[in-house]
Write a protein that binds this ligand. Structure first.
Ligand SMILES: Cc1ncc(COP(=O)(O)O)c(C=O)c1O
Length: 368
């Protein structure tokens, strides 16, 4: 959709990236690190002061003590961390439960490792929940002796739904007494709205002991192109994770790690992100009231979904392509996040944009 947006000079509300600048201070710190000659390989698991700063942040946010040396690994992004975790644990024939719609890397990452994805549909917003939710009975029924892992993602791409404490309790019950691993994709950790606390797996020692918890600095500091993240996992799991990491990436960009080890000390920089992005969500939602889309609720991430049932009965791919070409706004048809292309006539919009970009896009969508 981004290529189509460029081709048709459409406003890109499809791909998830901010169109505003990141922190000048952080750019300055990378610059300083380069000038100070931090330009050679850093240690394989990551720049030690950065891992220490992450451990401090985890202690501050989630009251969990994590050993920076043996339980944190710096990675080139969150996607890579998820891939490495799957590679560390999967054997041919292993099953991994994923919730659909799902971030598009999960199923290919499972399959390339010889595993089998077991997709479970999230429940479409209904009277019980204003956003998509997990059907835990369906999860119970999907567990088999081959179940190796469950991938969870909160805040969720593409739906903007979030996991609540009740979900964690259900998850605990399901995995208790099994050898099932959890891969928790928490790249939108700081993009959570409406005063809902982020239910990080890091808060729950009984879950953390079987988990790989994956994060992305790109999402926290509005620099998705930096591709830097980290994985937190117990020492035994981290050991396996690093066997993959050592011979794949080996070590990540040093000056960026040096800069982040300083910048992480500024708590406001990450704590202020939720309210900053919530304003964008609210702004976009208000504008969309003047269109014929019916918007779902989004409690987190960069995204909000909406159905176009009142506009057209086309399938979502055709509709999204037509809207890009004719109205000049690119979005993502949500069917692409289902292995079987399930089409609920829903589009995903990225609101992590300047207000003028959102204004211009909605002006075009009003005409549909
Ligand atoms: C759910 C989810 N996980 C992971 C990522 C990727 O993070 P990174 O760019 O750090 O690989 C994204 C990016 O869009 C995402 O939406």
């Amino acid at each position: 959709m981004s290529a189509l947006a460029t081709q048709h000079k459409a406003i890109n509300l499809g791909q998830g990236f901010p169109d505003f600048s990141m922190s000048e201070e952080l750019i300055g710190l990378v610059n300083k690190a380069m000038k100070n000659d931090f330009n050679q390989y850093s240690p394989m698991p990551g720049w030690p002061p950065l891992k220490e700063a992450i451990a401090e942040k985890i202690d501050f946010l989630y009251h969990t003590s994590v050993n920076p040396e043996s339980e944190i690994t710096i990675t080139p992004g969150g996607t890579y961390a998820i891939y490495s975790a799957l590679t560390a644990i999967l054997h041919p024939g292993d099953e991994v439960i994923v919730f659909e719609p799902a971030y598009d890397s999960y199923i290919p990452n499972i399959e390339i490792n010889g595993g089998r994805a077991i997709p479970i549909n999230l429940v479409y917003p209904d009277y019980k929940s204003d956003s998509y939710r997990i059907d835990w009975d369906a999860v119970k029924n999907a567990i088999s002796p081959k179940t190796k892992a469950i991938i969870i993602n909160s805040p969720h791409n593409p739906t903007g739904s979030v996991i609540m404490e009740e979900d964690i309790l259900q998850l605990k019950k399901i995995v208790e007494g099994t050898n099932i691993f959890i891969i928790s994709d928490e790249v939108y950790e700081h993009l959570i709205f409406d005063d809902i606390p982020h239910q990080s797996i890091l808060r729950y020692p009984e879950l953390l002991e079987r988990s790989f918890v994956c994060f992305s600095f790109g999402k926290v500091y509005n620099c998705t192109g930096w591709k830097l993240g980290y994985c937190v996992a117990p020492a035994e799991l981290t050991k396996e994770f690093r066997k993959v990491h050592q011979f794949n990436c080996f070590s990540c960009h040093t000056p960026t790690q040096v800069a982040l080890s300083e910048f992480l000390k500024n708590r406001d920089a990450y704590l202020s992100l939720s309210s900053f992005m919530q304003q964008k969500r609210d702004y976009f939602k208000r504008l969309m009231q003047d269109t014929r889309f019916t918007m779902h609720e989004s409690h987190g991430s960069y995204f909000i979904c909406g159905t176009y049932e009142r506009i057209s009965d086309e399938n979502d791919r055709d509709f999204a392509i037509r809207v890009t070409k004719e109205a000049g706004v690119a979005t993502i048809p949500v069917s692409v996040f289902y292995h079987n292309g399930k089409d609920d006539k829903v589009l995903r919009f990225c609101f992590s944009k300047k207000e003028e970009t959102l204004d211009a896009a909605v002006k075009k969508l009003i005409n549909l």
